[in-house]
Design a protein around this ligand. Structure first.
Ligand code: UD1
Length: 416
């Protein structure tokens, strides 16, 4: 298993090119199953997760190829309607093929995704939405089977804001007869991107980016070429990399509209963040001010930035509070940060972070994607050497992270 060795204490400086958004790419790749015409997707990050999605669509009988950052999909006829356990267990986003298959063929079968290290991660709302559209759901032998004679538009209210349920219901409803309304829908940029992609193929979706999304069923979709948005979580991670190393990083073509929450909190804690044409320049400072954040659905502070934020607050000049309101168990990075000298205690979904003078390099282990990012950030700041094992979690969601950091002056190396 690969590991990273990070020698901390260097200020990061320079420009970084952001990759395409993983969380947009995955549902969009699944959504290519909705049409028999060719789709060309640009700016797809080359990651373990996107490779798994590529494999999954091919297993179902689609024809998808991945070259550089372009995915070509020509999914003329689908022969298989079952997403196997082996793939679903490695990547929960496999569940997105369910909405797409159900939408196009009125049937789909997906292995139960099961719990996960950052919380229970249920999919009851996805299934409720499918049922409202007219599907019958049966759960047996560890698989969820959905089948419908005909899907009909419905008025669907999500009692919790869910990115996954919003995307899956959207895909299932594309060909449903009449109008579908999703209320209390997720407003995340990746949901907007999925809707924009589907509209480019001829779908009739309105209201994306608000909490009410309306779609009129269509009878066919075309193909098309689409450029996926850049990754605002990767952007946020590099912004924190600049802040925590007292650095000066310019994010090229930054997703300026999507990173407000992180940007505002960075400014509040003393970093300088300024727009330079299409780029964003972030200047850190030696000692950030403490802060209080609650993670929340977009446009709130993203749960996917919580771990990285905690790394920064661990060296703040005072005590910070983090409330994790999306995933109840998303504090796996805390004991590891504490191994590096941080002073963090948790109770329920609240973490209290007492800023320390400095962090010190230590052997640490990655438990999930964003926890991994927080340990890399802490390693960049720490005195001495940090050995980070299980970096395969990072490879699920950050494209060439060590190369990008190295180009900014970090001392980070991958060992096989
Ligand atoms: C969530 C994040 C997303 C992030 C991803 C990975 C939010 C709203 N979503 O998306 O930004 O990229 O994690 O870290 O911040 N829920 C149910 N029933 C369901 C589905 C979800 O109760 O059927 C609940 C979950 O337990 C959770 C909340 O809804 O508390 C958000 O879940 P959801 O948005 O679906 O999760 P992801 O799509 O994984």
């Amino acid at each position: 298993m690969d590991k990273f060795i990070v020698e901390g204490g260097y200020r990061l400086k320079g420009r970084v090119n952001l990759s395409g958004s993983k969380n947009a790419a995955l549902p969009i790749m699944a959504a290519t199953l909705l049409t028999d015409k060719e789709c060309v997707l640009n700016n797809i990050p080359h990651l373990n997760d996107t490779l798994v999605m590529n494999k999954l669509v091919n297993i179902l009988g689609g024809k998808v190829s991945f070259e550089g950052n372009t995915v070509r999909a020509l999914n003329k006829t689908i022969k298989e309607f079952k997403a196997p356990y082996d793939l679903v267990k490695t990547m929960r986003a496999s569940v997105y093929v369910m909405g797409a298959l159900l939408g196009r063929y009125n049937k789909a079968e997906v292995a139960m995704p099961g719990g996960c290290i950052i919380g229970e991660r249920p999919i009851n709302l996805h299934l409720m939405g499918f049922e409202k559209l007219g599907a019958k759901i049966v759960i047996e032998h560890g698989y969820i089977k959905a089948k419908a004679k005909k899907l009909r538009g419905a008025d669907i209210y999500l009692d919790t804001v869910s990115v996954g349920a919003t995307a899956n219901i959207l895909m299932a409803g594309i060909y449903a007869q009449g109008q579908t309304i999703i209320r209390n829908a997720a407003q995340e940029p990746h949901i907007v991107d999925l809707c924009n992609f589907l509209n480019k193929l001829g779908a009739r979706i309105k209201g994306q980016g608000t909490n009410t999304i309306t779609l009129q069923g269509v009878t066919s979709l075309k193909g098309g070429t689409y450029n996926v948005i850049s990754d605002y979580i990767e952007a946020g991670t590099f912004m924190v990399a600049s802040a925590i190393t007292n650095g000066k990083i310019e994010l090229v073509n930054a997703p300026l509209d999507n990173i407000e929450a992180v940007k505002d909190n960075l400014i509040d804690t003393g970093s300088e963040v300024k727009r330079v044409k299409k780029n964003l320049l972030v200047k850190g400072l030696a000692k950030p001010r403490p802060s209080k954040i609650d993670t929340a659905p977009y446009p709130g502070f993203p749960t996917d930035m919580q771990a990285q934020w905690m790394a920064l607050m661990s060296v703040a000049g005072g005590t910070s509070i983090v409330n994790e309101t999306i995933w109840e168990k998303r504090f796996m990075h805390v004991p590891e940060l504490n191994r590096m000298g941080a002073d963090i205690t948790t109770k329920g979904n609240t973490a209290v972070i007492k800023g320390v003078k400095g962090l010190s390099g230590a052997p640490v282990m990655v438990s999930d994607l964003r926890a991994g990012a927080s340990l890399v950030l802490a390693g960049l700041r720490a005195k001495g050497t940090t050995e980070i094992s299980r970096v395969y979690h990072l490879d699920r969601g950050y494209e060439k992270i060590e190369k990008k950091l190295e180009a900014l002056g970090a001392k980070i190396r991958r060992f096989k």
